[in-house]
Write a protein that binds this ligand. Structure first.
Ligand code: UDX
Length: 495
């Protein structure tokens, strides 16, 4: 009611509602933002799906993890999908499209009624909304209530900027990239995929059509997913600002392009080290245990402890990638043939048609130099002295975590923004190699050797330099540090 919305002004701390896409990668970044705000005495409520809430609850609930912050709450809503929906692989986009359908009604219900937003019986007025990229259904609701809203896009600035320009890229005739019915590895041989993209300002000279976000690999630009991304990206400009998990010394020129359209830009990354830095400066003990959908297998660290310095390639394709048996085999042979050691995260649900089973040949065949696990504490792995490189799907969290740890990458982008992230890794930041559009044991072997042997010093040197710049960004006076302070000031001024 109107009274509820006005009663607390000036009396209680600001109260931010954070609303991520309910997927592991998005929730990871948004929970870090939640903790950063809690550290600045801001009350935070996280709005997540019932499904992700129960996944996170399996090991320890988010509520118990955040118990040291009395202003922290969780609210839940349905994502509109049946419980047994896989929510993985390409079908993870169903989560997005389902939320676009049911989100408006659900969000209004949450804002008007849910108990999770109340405190001791009295509703705490939400004073600011921070939400993910495709939730413009929330905008009329908060506008009606006079609540400012910001976006937090958990992808790279380069991916956001490319998405933002999709309309212009279509007008320039550079997409759609036809080929819907082709086998995905046919793209490798498509020469037209190597044509330059000229319609994304600031990326001329290194962006090819195959590097555009994988959403462009359609033969009809009128498909609903693509259209949703175009409209939702442009709508970001109508908000009170945009938060990104990036930093000036990494994506400065692209951030400047975005600023031409969205002047209130808050690049606060790498968000995980930013959080660590603030915890240290507040003399608060250790960061909260991470919030994973899967249990972290600590034997991975014990195994790493017994390996020589920088001898291991860490292999993980994030939380939603699905691999076919034949892809797994190409990677496996490539890794084994390279002669190097590897630690491979094989989620229980990550092989299509092979639910909960790692092929037996692979399990026995890797015993000597490889170690397979279901899920690891990734940041601890990346920081481990035994790790020499990261074979990754180029998800944005993984990329930032690798950059912050100074670990060179081999990129095998799977979908979405990952195809552009991997191009930046290989051709702009030059801290790794891009394997996109191929899955071949000979190439895997060659790239592993290149990163672990021939180019090792070159990549490590650049990697270490970026890691230093990342550290500087989140230290007192650094660009991300100042951005976060600006964000906190904005939130505190809009109670
Ligand atoms: C993705 C990507 O962010 C993005 O590219 C895409 O558009 C949508 O979401 P995901 O594929 O899971 O998420 O990748 P990533 O962003 O790398 O996030 C994975 C997270 O899980 C990372 O924070 C990583 O540290 C963590 N992780 C991964 C673990 O903690 N343990 C593991 O074993 C593997």
């Amino acid at each position: 009611t109107a009274m509820d919305h006005h009663q607390t002004a000036g009396e209680l701390p600001p109260h931010v509602l954070i609303f991520p896409l309910p997927m592991q990668g998005h929730i990871n970044s948004m929970l870090k933002l939640a903790e950063l705000l809690c550290l600045s005495d801001i009350h935070v409520s996280m709005l997540i799906s019932d499904y992700s809430h129960s996944r996170l609850r399996r090991h320890a609930s988010i509520e118990s993890r955040f118990s040291r912050y009395p202003g922290f709450r969780v609210a839940t809503m349905t994502d509109g999908l049946p419980d047994d929906h896989p929510r993985a692989g390409e079908r993870s986009m169903d989560i997005v499209m389902s939320l676009v359908r049911v989100g408006g009604t659900e969000f209004r219900r949450v804002m008007e009624t849910t108990d999770a937003l109340s405190d001791g019986g009295a509703r705490r007025r939400v004073s600011c909304l921070i939400m993910d990229g495709v939730f413009s259904f929330a905008v009329p609701v908060v506008e009606e209530m006079g609540i400012p809203f910001l976006y937090f896009r958990t992808i790279s600035a380069c991916a956001f900027w490319a998405n933002f320009c999709f309309k212009e890229v279509i007008e320039a005739g550079e997409i759609p990239l036809k080929g819907k019915d082709e086998d995905k590895y046919a793209y490798w041989k498509r020469e037209d995929f190597d044509l330059p993209v000229t319609s994304v300002p600031g990326m001329e000279g290194y962006l090819r059509r195959r590097d555009l976000p994988a959403f462009c690999r359609v033969n009809d630009v009128n498909n609903p997913v693509f259209q949703t991304i175009i409209t939702e990206s442009k709508r970001t400009a109508r908000s009170n600002g945009l938060i990104l998990n990036s930093f000036e010394d990494l994506e400065g020129p692209i951030l400047d392009q975005i600023r031409n359209h969205i002047p209130n830009l808050y690049p606060i990354g790498p968000i995980h080290t930013h959080l660590q830095a603030r915890l240290v400066s507040k003399k608060t003990e250790l960061p909260l245990p991470s919030s994973s959908f899967w249990e972290e297998d600590r034997s991975s660290i014990t195994w790493l402890n017994n390996q020589p310095t920088k001898s291991v390639i860490y292999v993980s394709f994030g939380s939603i990638t699905l691999l076919t048996r034949s892809e797994v085999f190409e990677f496996w042979y490539g890794l084994v043939n390279s002669g190097h050691r590897f630690l491979w995260v094989m989620r229980p649900d990550s092989i299509t048609g092979e639910e909960y089973s790692v092929p037996e040949e692979l399990d026995t065949g890797t015993k000597e130099r490889g170690y397979l696990v279901g899920w690891v504490p990734q940041n601890e792995v990346l920081a481990h002295p035994s790790v020499g490189a990261f074979f990754t799907h180029s998800g944005w969290n993984s990329t930032m975590e690798s950059v912050a740890a100074g670990v060179p990458m081999i990129c095998w982008p799977y979908f979405a923004d990952q195809t552009i992230n991997s191009r930046f890794v290989s051709d702009v930041w030059k801290v790794g190699l891009d394997m996109k559009d191929s899955c071949d044991r000979v190439i895997v072997e060659k790239m592993v050797r290149e990163v672990m042997e021939d180019k090792r010093d070159e990549f490590s040197e650049r990697g270490v330099r970026f890691a230093e710049l990342a550290k500087k960004a989140v230290s007192e006076g650094g660009s991300s540090y100042s951005s976060l302070n600006r964000l906190i000031d904005f939130i505190k001024s809009s109670v």
